[in-house]
Write a protein that binds this ligand. Structure first.
Ligand code: ADP
Ligand code: MG
Length: 351
């Protein structure tokens, strides 16, 4: 008789994230300055059995995923694709039975998907460096969604550090820590527009960046003079966004490190203008949310955050300046820079 599998009780947590500056730079090997937030996803349950069965407070139907799953992108219900993507990448020895609870708003641009992938991977027994967890999560997301996403969401959720943003270099896939001044608040406001087109437009923008890089070389190393040599006006605008955004990420990281909120805020406003005019991923509701936030005393900078075409605006403010982040559009959050994904199990050491 084979020995019965011992039951392992698990509680895995992974945070959402907000990107302070540096959007549409990750796939071009550039820079970004995201931070993990104090909203996250928790997976609790028991390891064992031959399938992963999860219920979620955010969804009606459960996810039932066999350990042998292959076509993750066709699994139903749709949210189970993220679970299936993780199972296909991790191939855990045992299944799982448990539940998903999340305080990250789903589909709002605060990366509930990365939080789900990483919490599931840890619950199923991923045991390795945080950067490998991030890479596994990205592969799972690509399988699940078909979108060729960059590493930012998963890296931030895996590697977040309390009180800090991560200055990420996507060519090296490495980061340094930048303190978020205690005199500042980070506020996220939803535009009220869902990001319906984000997937297809994201792929299109990425292709345009690749086309520009084919002419002038990697955009992470390109200069404004290189960009000026591009003949196609659309490719020129796309490349100019990436090149100038990388410079703004550096400027904001330096400003935050020096506690210079005004300079940090200015970089955010320039970033929004570049995403709006050069990368063309803003929509009127995002522009309006930026304007409304900037009209409030003590708000030093605001910009769309994430892929664009809807979703959220992030603002940097003097502490306490925005009393109620929900007041503007009905959906908003004050977020703290927080630690990364982690897991607790009842398993004895070495398992
Ligand atoms: P974001 O990552 O910005 O929140 P995405 O569109 O990338 O938005 O991911 C949202 C999708 O991730 C949801 O539609 C759902 O399939 C899945 N998801 C995220 N969080 C949960 C959760 N707590 N429970 C079930 N599914 C979730
Ligand atoms: Mg996501």
């Amino acid at each position: 008789m084979p020995e019965p599998e011992s039951v392992v009780e698990v509680r895995a947590f992974a945070p959402g994230r907000v990107n302070l500056i540096g959007d549409h730079t990750d796939h071009a090997g550039g820079l970004a300055l995201p931070m993990a937030v104090d909203l996250g996803t928790t997976v609790t349950g028991r390891r064992g059995g031959a399938q992963v069965h999860l219920v979620s407070t955010a969804e009606d139907a459960p996810a039932d995923v066999p350990l042998t799953v292959t076509a993750a992108e066709r699994v139903e219900p749709a949210w189970a694709r993220y679970v299936a993507g993780v199972v296909a990448e991790l191939r855990p020895r045992a299944g799982f039975e448990g539940r998903v609870d999340s305080t990250v708003p789903v589909g709002a641009g605060l990366s509930s998907s990365a939080a789900l992938e990483l919490a599931v991977a840890l619950a199923l027994g991923f045991d390795g460096p945080a950067l490998d967890l991030a890479r596994l999560g990205r592969r799972a997301e690509r399988r699940a969604s078909g979108v060729p996403c960059g590493l930012m969401d998963q890296l931030t959720s895996a590697c977040g550090v309390a009180g800090h943003a991560l200055l990420v270099d996507f060519t090296a896939e490495s980061f340094t820590l930048v303190p978020v001044p205690v005199s500042a608040d980070v506020v996220v406001v939803h535009s009220g527009v869902s990001r319906a087109l984000a997937g297809s437009r994201y792929a299109e923008r990425q292709a345009q960046c690749r086309a520009a890089a084919a002419v002038i070389g990697p955009l992470a190393e390109a200069t404004s003079a290189d960009v000026a040599t591009l003949r196609d006006p659309v490719l020129q605008r796309r490349a100019r966004h990436v090149v100038t955004e990388n410079a703004r990420v550096r400027a904001m990281a330096t400003a935050l490190g020096a506690g210079d909120l005004a300079a940090a805020g200015a970089a955010m406003l320039e970033s929004h203008a570049s995403l709006r005019h050069d990368f063309e991923v803003s929509v009127p509701a995002l522009d309006r949310a930026v304007e409304q936030l900037m009209a409030q005393p003590g708000v030093v900078g605001a910009r769309l955050t994430g892929a664009g075409f809807g979703g959220c605006v992030v603002a940097l403010t003097e502490r306490g300046a925005v009393a109620d982040p929900r007041a503007l559009t009905g959906r908003g959050w004050r977020v703290q820079a927080s630690g990364g994904a982690h897991v607790e199990t009842s398993a004895p050491p070495g398992r």
